[in-house]
Design a protein around this ligand. Structure first.
Ligand SMILES: Cc1ncc(COP(=O)(O)O)c(C=O)c1O
Length: 482
């Protein structure tokens, strides 16, 4: 039994742990490997027969968990697309857990607040639609493509929910070569099949080529297939490129395609004055994925599926058995009708707190600042003889490579692990049309120019270490054969 007094004391301890973590993490390594003993504890604990007191558990968390973060809270973290948590989001997370509602629907704070935050997210990027919060963009993409699939079938006079896809002309989905892998996963899951997923070429700036898209659609239609959806990107994961959305929307309109925009990472870029023009056409999308747990910093998990006509998602998913009937529901119904999840967490509180704390101006300021830093990093890369910029900066991602004299062919593939092991900064790599690349994604409000300078210095130092290691290996006599 946990008494009220115990709980209050323990809650203060937990709050102090969280505060200390956030206060001190910039002084610690961005990342450090988990030592074998703690790793064994993390992965190998036997199921406890008897329970233990909560203060002991907090001690375990303090000693064995808090010391091994992923790194994304740190201002020197440039990996993937993972932001630090917004303080407002961290603050309200335990409160959402204490309430512990299911936001499937109903007349209580969780689903009601979700309606506001979904509207706020749409308004922030100027998108005329509504929708629902999801676990992330992967789930938002499933919602969007299911709605697109359902619309195509309905237009052709059949019911995909009742009949499935068998015996119908294959539905074809168009994705650029730089589209995120979650699009392919969704296509596989929804029975589209990767065979019917067309890869549209990109231009020199890694943006989808709308003419090539139109050509592919025409060829597929002539072959008796059913082009149904194009998924464009507003901020690709590799380079942050924003596809020419307006032109793609023209092609979609001309050929009756559903236009989905993956703005999971980049849609908030529309808030940056210098970038806004590049997002023209976003409002023409039939659906938009936008992840609050990326640039906005809402603690994981939180994505959002927005649809120009949310009833398209409802048509694709709504299933209300007798035990879920709600005679008091208004015309919106339940969130569970708009996607695959039934029991849904109270994500809205984290989104609400984050946006309410920052305001539109604060969100725009965060975006502008990080975009500015990305521009600065690109400049440092351009000015350095041993670095090469591989893509223009379209949002807050910089794709580049290190080219020191005598650097090996695999250098840029090996660099991320070597850089991260040093602990000062963290970055990840990718492959851009066959070229091994480094990419730095800047999302942290506290990242500074010094961190950018340190990033390049750390890459140089790690490259020197790798060169040293390989010269030691080649010069040392072989001690064994076979
Ligand atoms: C552009 C883009 N789309 C989609 C996703 C998938 O999002 P999630 O991991 O939230 O499912 C990501 C993840 O980084 C992304 O960067």
């Amino acid at each position: 039994m946990v008494t009220v007094t115990d709980f209050r004391n323990l809650a203060s301890t937990a709050a102090a742990l969280a505060a200390e973590h956030l206060e001190t993490l910039a002084e610690r390594p961005v990342y450090r490997p988990v030592p074998p003993a703690d790793r064994e504890w993390l992965v190998g604990q036997p199921l406890p027969e008897e329970g233990r007191p909560l203060d002991e558990l907090l001690e375990d968390v303090s000693r064995r968990v808090m010391g091994y973060p992923m790194g994304n809270g740190h201002p020197g973290f440039f990996g993937w697309v993972n932001s630090p948590p917004s303080p407002a989001g961290v603050l309200v997370t335990p409160l959402a857990a204490a309430l512990n509602p299911s936001c499937a629907g109903g007349e209580h704070a969780g689903p009601l607040l979700e309606r506001t935050v979904v509207r706020w997210l749409a308004e922030l990027v100027g998108y005329p639609g509504g929708g629902l919060l999801t676990s992330g963009a992967s789930m938002a993409t499933i919602v969007a493509l299911a709605a697109a699939r359902h619309r195509a079938a309905t237009e052709d006079g059949w019911d995909v929910r009742a009949e499935g896809l068998a015996g119908r002309p294959p539905l074809v989905l168009y994705v650029s070569a730089e589209g995120h892998s979650c699009l392919r996963k969704a296509a596989e899951l929804l029975g589209i099949g990767t065979r019917w997923l067309r890869t549209v070429p990109v231009d020199a700036e890694f943006r989808m080529d709308p003419d090539a898209l139109a050509e592919l659609v025409r060829a597929d239609r002539a072959a008796g297939l059913r082009p149904f959806c194009v998924a464009a990107s507003a901020g690709t994961v590799n380079t942050g490129a924003v596809d020419p959305l307006d032109e793609i929307a023209d092609v979609a309109a001309a050929h009756g395609l559903w236009l989905h925009v993956d703005g999971a990472y980049g849609a908030l870029g529309a808030l940056a004055a210098d970038l806004a023009d590049g997002f023209a056409g976003l409002a023409r999308a039939d659906s938009l994925a936008l992840d609050p747990h990326k640039w906005l910093g809402v603690p994981v998990d939180c994505g959002c599926a927005l649809l120009r006509d949310p009833d398209r998602a409802r048509a694709a998913f709504s299933l209300v058995p007798a035990y879920l009937r709600d005679p008091d529901a208004d015309e919106f119904g339940w969130f569970a009708e708009y996607g695959p999840e039934q029991t849904r967490p109270f994500r809205a509180l984290r989104v609400w707190a984050t946006i309410a704390h920052l305001g539109r101006a604060g969100v725009a300021g965060l975006v502008e600042r990080t975009v500015g830093l990305a521009g600065r990093l690109a400049q440092l890369v351009r000015e350095a003889e041993d670095f090469e910029l591989l893509a223009p900066v379209a949002t807050s991602i910089v794709a580049f490579r290190h080219r020191p004299a005598g650097g090996g062919a695999d250098l840029n593939r090996e660099l991320p692990a070597a850089v991260n092991a040093r602990g000062r900064v963290f970055l990840t790599g990718t492959n851009l049309g066959g070229t091994e690349a480094l990419r730095a994604c800047i999302l942290h409000p506290d990242t500074t120019e010094d961190d950018l300078v340190a990033l390049l210095a750390e890459i140089r130092a790690a490259a020197a270490e790798l060169a040293q290691l390989s010269s030691t290996q080649t010069s040392s006599p072989r001690t064994a054969t076979g």
